[in-house]
Write a protein that binds this ligand. Structure first.
Ligand SMILES: Cc1cc2nc3c(=O)[nH]c(=O)nc-3n(C[C@H](O)[C@H](O)[C@H](O)COP(=O)(O)OP(=O)(O)OC[C@H]3O[C@@H](n4cnc5c(N)ncnc54)[C@H](O)[C@@H]3O)c2cc1C
Length: 361
């Protein structure tokens, strides 16, 4: 590993001031001179592999941003440095946003979740093999070098929103639930504070695949806000992967329904993970469900709409071919919506059946 300076920041201002006053976009994330670090569970791995090479690491993991609390109007605020484990087990998260708890608990391992922070989870980088292997070209790591994944090992990679330059996926489980819940990310920089709608935080690769998000490099995530919603009893997180645990999603679905007394759908939310450079949502697919009975037929139509334009990659018929993910995603969307309708929160076993019903209203 290369040498680097380590600065444990005492407050947000000190952390932000230690970052370069740089333009929104640096030529390559890899050569950014400084990075924030929180739990270190992703950044340290990337530095060991020489995928990222900051000369300065500014530790924000001990900043007093770990609060998890209710906010006026029925929503919640999740601090950036709150650990993933503490967030998933928080009684108010379990009561109001059980789907978020289920998504976090479907990711990584207990040890990693104890270290990983909410801010770091949002900004973890893709798990594309080519990105991690500095011996091969990768436009996300070294812009302009090429994308061997497109005709190579694409099994884990995207089927939606890809470009000629990149087919990487965003690997987070937590972000899929946050997308469905329409979270808002609050950030601070030397020029002030701003709120970013979750749909606008992560970007599609386009011609700049090295840029994962719309954040400037000196913007510090302070907290995530969750608006009040009526999804708690009818939401689900379904994660499909090659191993039963400790693996990233091939496809995951966060599904949430607000049902009226007759069981008809007032509002639906569907976010899909493992299929794009960002959690994938399509408001048109969700509005197809409004006012309808919560049937497999209706869910199938929404899934079909959401997957419009999906396209597979990888050497056809080989082990890296990901064309199967289109049908897998279609079935996963239908199944997750059925689970949400029936009050079945997750298939991972981390949160038991009947969990939501056990919570006092
Ligand atoms: C073996 C393994 C398996 C895993 N499996 C899964 C899985 O199945 N699902 C899943 O979702 N995740 C999985 N993960 C990823 C894990 O969830 C992430 O590594 C973790 O959430 C990152 O959080 P962190 O606090 O450690 O981030 P760090 O590694 O400290 O930082 C990650 C990035 O976030 C930036 N950052 C951190 N905090 C802030 C802030 N407040 N403001 C601005 N920038 C910030 C850093 O600069 C860095 O770029 C796995 C990880 C490992 C090692």
């Amino acid at each position: 590993m290369r040498g680097f300076d380590y600065l444990p920041a005492r407050d947000a201002e000190e952390a932000i001031a230690a970052m370069p006053q740089s333009p929104l976009h640096h030529p390559s994330e890899r050569t950014l001179p400084a990075k924030f670090i929180a739990g270190g569970t992703n950044l340290i791995d990337l530095m060991k592999e020489s995928v990222m090479r900051p000369r300065r690491v500014v530790d924000v993991g001990r900043l007093p941003l770990a609060g998890i609390e209710a906010i006026e109007g029925g929503g919640m605020r999740l601090g950036a440095t709150a650990r993933n484990a503490a967030t998933a087990k928080h009684p108010l998260v379990l009561e109001r946003y059980p789907m978020l708890a289920a998504a976090i608990l479907a990711g990584a391992s207990p040890q990693i979740r104890n270290m990983a922070t909410n801010g770091g989870n949002l900004l973890q980088r893709t798990r594309c093999h080519y990105f991690y292997d500095v011996a091969v070209p990768c436009n996300k790591r070294e812009p302009g070098t090429g994308c061997p994944a497109r005709d190579g090992l694409a099994r884990q990679l995207a089927i939606l929103g890809t470009s000629d330059h990149c087919i990487a996926t965003h690997p987070s489980d937590m972000c899929v639930a946050l997308a469905a819940l329409e979270a808002v990310v609050h950030v601070r920089s030397p020029v002030g504070e701003r709120d970013i709608a979750f749909a606008d935080l992560h970007r599609l690769p386009g011609g700049e695949p090295d840029r994962d998000t719309t954040l400037a490099c000196d913007e510090l995530i302070m907290h995530i806000e969750l608006p009040a919603q009526d999804f708690a009893r009818h939401s689900a997180y379904l994660k499909l992967r090659d191993r039963a645990s400790y693996a990233f999603a091939l496809v995951s679905v966060a599904a949430a329904l607000d049902l009226d007394e007759a069981g008809r759908i007032r509002t639906a939310r569907i976010a899909v993970g493992g299929v794009a450079h960002k959690p994938w949502r399509d408001p048109a697919a969700e509005s197809l469900l409004a006012g309808r009975e919560a049937t497999a037929q209706a869910f199938g139509e929404a899934a079909q709409r959401l997957l419009q334009g999906a396209r597979g990659h990888g050497a056809p018929g080989g082990p890296g071919d990901n064309r199967f993910k289109i049908e897998l995603a279609r079935r996963a969307i239908v199944r997750a919506l059925e689970m949400a309708r029936d009050g079945e929160l997750t298939q991972t076993g981390e949160l038991g059946a009947g969990h939501v019903q056990d919570i006092e209203p």
